[in-house]
Design a protein around this ligand. Sequence first.
Ligand SMILES: Cc1cc2nc3c(=O)[nH]c(=O)nc-3n(C[C@H](O)[C@H](O)[C@H](O)COP(=O)(O)OP(=O)(O)OC[C@H]3O[C@@H](n4cnc5c(N)ncnc54)[C@H](O)[C@@H]3O)c2cc1C
Ligand code: FES
Length: 278
Amino acid sequence: MNCNADDRLYTPKLARIIQASQLTESERLFRLRFPDGEGLGHKPGQFLELSVLGVGEAPITIASPPDEDGCFEVCVRKVGNVTSALHRLSEGDLVGIRGPLGRGFPLEELKDHDLLFVAGGIGIIPLRPVIKSVLARKSEFGRVILFYGMKHPDEWLFRDEFAQWEARGADVRVTVDRPVAGWDGHVGVVTTLLAEFQMCGEMIASLIVGPPVMYKFVLLGLSAKGLRDHKTFLSLERHMKCGLGKCGHCQINGVLVCRQGPTFSYAELKDLREALLG
Ligand SMILES: Cc1cc2nc3c(=O)[nH]c(=O)nc-3n(C[C@H](O)[C@H](O)[C@H](O)COP(=O)(O)OP(=O)(O)OC[C@H]3O[C@@H](n4cnc5c(N)ncnc54)[C@H](O)[C@@H]3O)c2cc1C
Ligand code: FES
C-alpha cells in the first residue's frame, strides 16, 4: 500500500537494505528499497531521517540520484549510537525512513550553466546525486568540473566512480592535504586547485559541500574569480531532530536549516554570520 507524502514525513516507513558495502574504514554505503516498490521521489541535495529500530534516528543525505528503479542510497560515517548500529546491519535488514526532507539543489535553474563542484571529505555525498544527474543529461549543461579534497587517499569516497564521471565528460581534479607515501597526485588543500581554475561569464554556478573551514576559503577564492553569490550553492549540516521545521533544533537566527535548507545560495547565507561557522 502506498502512503501519502505527509505520512512519510511524520511516520517512518520501513525500507529494506538490499546491498551494503564498506567504502572506507568508517563509511558504509547502503542501497535501500521500500518493500512495496514505491520510489522515494527525492531531489538531489535532500535528506531523510533514518531510524535504526530500537536505537534512534539520524538525518542522512540521500546519496543517489532520483529514479534508480525504486532504490535509493545513503553513505554513512560511523560516529555514534545510530550510525554504529546501522553499520552492524546487513542485507535483508529493515530500517525506518522519513522523508525526503528539506530543499534540494535548484538543478533545473542551472541548465546551460558551467558547473563547478567543490567537495571536501564526506561533502562529496550530497554532490554525488547532482553530479550523476547532470552527467546523465550532459547535453543540457555546460562544462562539469569537480574539485575533490581529502586528508588522506584512504578516505576517498566513490573512488571507482570518478573515472566513470571523467569518461562522461567531467573534468575531475583530486587533491590530498599533505604529502602521503604512494600518492603521486596533487597535494594541497582543495582551495589550491582553484588557482588553476579559469572560467568567466554569467553562466557559471558552483556547488560546494565540505567542512565549515573549507567554506570560508573556497568562497573567498570563488568571489575573487568573480563567481556570483546567487549562483554559488552550499549545503549546511546542523544538529537536527524533527527535520520538519517543528522543533527548532537546527535554527540559525530564525532560519530553519532542515526546512529552508539544507541547501542555500551564498546570497541567502551571506548575512547569516553563524551559518558558516559550523
Ligand atoms: C542534513 C544532514 C545530512 C547529513 N548527512 C549525512 C550523511 O549523508 N552521512 C553521514 O555519515 N552523516 C550525515 N549527517 C550527520 C549525521 O546525521 C550524524 O553523524 C548522526 O546524526 C550521528 O548520529 P549518531 O547517533 O550515530 O551519533 P551520536 O551518538 O548522536 O553522536 C556522535 C557524535 O556525532 C555528533 N552528532 C550527533 N548528531 C549530529 C548531527 N545531526 N550532525 C552533526 N553531528 C552530529 C555528536 O555531537 C557526537 O560528537 C548529516 C547531518 C545532517 C544534519
Ligand atoms: S530539526 Fe526540528 S526544526 Fe529543524
